[in-house]
Design a protein around this ligand. Sequence first.
Ligand code: URA
Length: 258
Amino acid sequence: MESLDHHTARAMLEWQIELGADECIVDLPVNRYDLPEKIAKPEAASAPARGPAAPALRAEADPVAEAQAAASAARTLDDLRAAIEGFEHCDLKRGARNLVFSDGIAGAPVMIVGEAPGREEDRQGKPFVGTAGQLLDRMFAALDMGRTREDAPIYITNTLPWRPPQNRDPKPEEIAMLKPFLLRHIELADPKVLVMMGNWACQALLGKRGITRLRGGWEKVVDKPALPMFHPAYLLRNPAAKREAWADLLTLREAVDK
Ligand code: URA
């Protein structure tokens, strides 16, 4: 490309930022036309067979079944992290800087399931480290609990372990293929109670949304009591809802202390 003058280059950059491309994800541009045959035309699936030498159809991968097999083979949280790291069917992985697996203390009585990593979480490889995470820490500090409190720990993960581009909503197929890992995560972390922060955790684990109606009412997930609560990011936008969030935290405290 011939060199651009400063003003043109700047205008092009600003145009990209306006379109939402506000981050470099890889060092070099990716030529999507060069990607492996995986995404090239499916092999003559509908072409008529010409005699006995017709090409065999390639077996389609079933990402949900593969996730299920990989998740159930995991015997420890480290195995599970490795299984997610090795899972190649989710495109989110290719756009993310880091896998965001968990934070806090495994084995804690409370396990929190959020939505998905944002920019800061993606950078640090830890869930809830941005502004919503700071509020989450304050909420649990008010219950005298925290992610670094050996004596009163919490454990934190997300519905999706990789950041969706531009923090867009999770897609149903992403939730479906990553759900086996999330369920196994809950089994292995084995909390006394589960907290589902916001609509997407409820969608993944309960198959329903509507957090304003669901919050504060106990549900069951892998045989554990599970409490839907407002997401801290929602509370930052709607401070008036902190009243209900506080009531839910007290409900949670009671269940932990039982
Ligand atoms: N919101 C989430 O749901 N999870 C995070 O890790 C950060 C923000």
